[in-house]
Structures are given as C-alpha cells and as structure tokens.
Ligand binder design. Structure first.
Ligand SMILES: [Zn+2]
Ligand SMILES: [Zn+2]
Length: 351
C-alpha cells in the first residue's frame, strides 16, 4: 500500500510499504478515509525532529484522521465502551495514554508521560491506505459528518479542551490571537458559550475574513504588536476577560498577556518553534493573571461529534477545508502548508 513517510527536513516521500497484519484483541483495522495536515506536523516536517530529537528512521505522518472499520479484534470496543462493527466510519483520537500512571488515574490522560501518539515519532501516523488503531481511540461518526470533517474532529477536540481551560462565563469578552484552524474553532466555541465580544487577530487576510464570517465582533489583520492598541481601543483600556494564544507562541504570548484584563485568564495553545516562551514578568504579575497551558485534549471527541452533527449542527468543519489532495500529492500539500500559501486554512489528504 502507499504511505507518505518523512525521511528528514522537508523530505516527504510516497512509498510502498507492507499492509498491516490482523488487529490484536483491543484493536481494529481501518481503511483510512481522510487526514488533516496540522500546524504541529509542520514543526516535524520543517526540522525532521521532534522535541529536539531527530527522527532516526522514516515514519508515516498524520495524526488527524478518520476511516472505515475493515476488521475487528476480538471484543473491540470504542471510546465510549460500545461494541464496534465492521463498516462503521470512525474518527480516531491520536493519543494512546497508558491508563495506568498517576496522571491517567487522576483523570489527565492528556498528560500521560508514557503515551504514544499516531504520527509522532516513533509511532507511524495515518497518511496511508490501511492502519491498525486501538479500538478505544475510535469514535463512530454519524453520516452527516463528511470524511474531511471527521479528520478535523481532532482539531475541534483540541479547541474544546482549550476552551474548557478558559473557564468562560456568560457575556465574557474574549480575544483569540492566531486564527489558524484551532484559533478559529476556539473563537466559534466562545461565541457558542455565550461570550459577547469576541475579537480575533491574525497576520493573514483570508483567516481574518473567515473569523469575521464566523461571527467575531471584530477581526484584525496585524503585522506585529499593534493588536494590543487595537484591542485596548475596542475595550476602553480594560482588555478582555480571557485571551487565547493560538499562534506560534512568539511575541504573540506577550501581546496576549497585554490584552488580558487585570485578574483575567490567559490560555496558551500555540507551540513555539524554538521551544522558548517570552513573557514580561511585570505584565503578568501586576495583573495577577491565571495562565493555563493547553496540552492536547481529554475525551473531547464525543462533544466534538455532537457539535457537528444532528438536526442543527453548530459548527461546519467543511468550511475550514481549503483543499483536498490525493495521497500521491502529499508532499505538495505539505510544502504548500509549510509556505503558508495564500488561502491555506486546512489541507486534507484523502487516500
Ligand atoms: Zn493536530
Ligand atoms: Zn498514563
């Protein structure tokens, strides 16, 4: 079967690899239907390394995905402990925590230090035709969610977790710095939760347009640090109750701290390319900010599915998909995403 494997920095190749064997008891074999390309993939693609460690052998990329169940291991049960069936379309949560450590036992499997993660070295990801995954990671999807939308449930799950950490209240004001897929979804969720004044900032015009279309009270295209002044003007110098940083966590972190009101809450979602965080101590100390670091998600797929299905879906994930590529063109899709080519919001591969 075909698979897209990363060999080193910006070196992604479509190769023939062996088909997976039969699934074990707790696993299922799926035919992969769609995979989203994520900002976090870009770190690995650009450097050929993860957390400073170089990948030592070629690995299959892709952690946002869905597929169709082809074969079941004995007694395979899904993420909500229900029986799985052959032919079901399932969205697959990429993290496999150990369920045994202190973090897992205390209800924080997203922090499990013993976890593996599909598409993060050394575990192969989903840009291939068939794949074996843990049954517990599978969440059956209703028909009204498209294949591409199913892949993006991962992104929505991350956004839901970030919003949980924001502890939003009715009529709160919110700023979102960075309107990539996660930032945009955070913005939408804040509106759904009854926040009144939601402001969005990004350096790309097409993302700002999308934020406006999705209901931001005001969305600004910013080059550098002018966002703080713009927001202070909008809020009469008060700042917002909660600010989400969902960009690349560079100077945007300090800006986000400056946008947050005294006693407010700052949620950091973006991942800095150089593994460093810059924030002026006086800004956050004087304001007594509560700072939350978002790490992946915990059991948010069921809520993500509810929000995107049923009679009245509240979020249309397909609206975020800017282009769909066949697996043969994965390298082109990655290069396009890496270059932040005009109009790129979410790129999807369909094997
Ligand atoms: Zn992702
Ligand atoms: Zn664990």
């Amino acid at each position: 079967m075909k698979a897209a494997r990363l060999h080193g920095p910006e070196d992604l190749r479509i190769e023939e690899v062996a088909e997976p064997e039969m699934p074990d008891a707790s696993q299922v074999l799926i035919r992969v239907g769609a995979i989203g390309i994520c900002g976090s993939d870009m770190h690995m693609y650009g450097t050929g390394a993860i957390g400073g460690e170089e990948i030592a052998s070629p690995m299959i990329m892709g952690h946002e995905f869905m597929g169709e169940v082809l074969e079941l291991g004995e007694g395979a049960r899904d993420g909500e402990n229900r029986e799985l069936k052959v032919g079901q379309r399932v969205a697959v949560e990429p993290a496999c925590p150990c369920y045994r450590c202190e973090c897992c036992e205390q209800g924080h499997p997203n922090l499990c230090p013993n976890h593996t993660f599909y598409g993060v070295y050394p575990t192969d990801g989903a840009i291939c035709e068939k794949m074996i995954v843990e049954a517990r990671n599978c969440f059956p999807m209703p028909n009204e969610i498209s294949d591409a939308g199913g892949a993006l449930l991962e992104t929505l799950g991350v956004a839901i977790h970030a919003v949980d950490l924001g502890k939003l209240k009715l009529a709160y004001s919110v700023a979102v710095v960075g309107c990539g897929p996660v930032g945009l979804l955070i913005m939408k969720l804040a509106l759904l939760m009854g926040c009144r004044d939601v402001y969005a900032f990004d350096k790309y015009e097409w993302r700002v347009d999308l934020a406006r279309r999705w209901g931001a009270r005001n969305a600004f295209r910013i080059e550098a640090d002018e966002g703080v002044d713009l927001l202070m003007k909008e809020t009469d110098g008060r700042g917002v109750d909660v600010c989400f940083e969902a960009a690349w966590a560079d100077e945007s972190v300090q800006q986000s701290a400056e946008m947050t009101r005294y006693g407010g809450r700052l949620v950091l979602v973006g991942i800095p390319p150089d593994d460093r965080l810059f924030m002026r101590h006086a800004t956050v100390r004087r304001k007594g900010l509560t700072i939350m670091m978002a790490r992946r998600m915990k059991h948010t797929y069921p809520r993500a599915i509810k929000l995107t299905s049923g009679d009245n879906p509240q979020i249309d994930l397909d609206e975020m998909v800017s282009e769909i590529f066949p697996i043969e063109k994965t390298a082109e899709a990655y290069a396009k995403n890496y270059a932040y080519a005009e109009g790129v919001q979410k790129l999807v591969i369909q094997p």
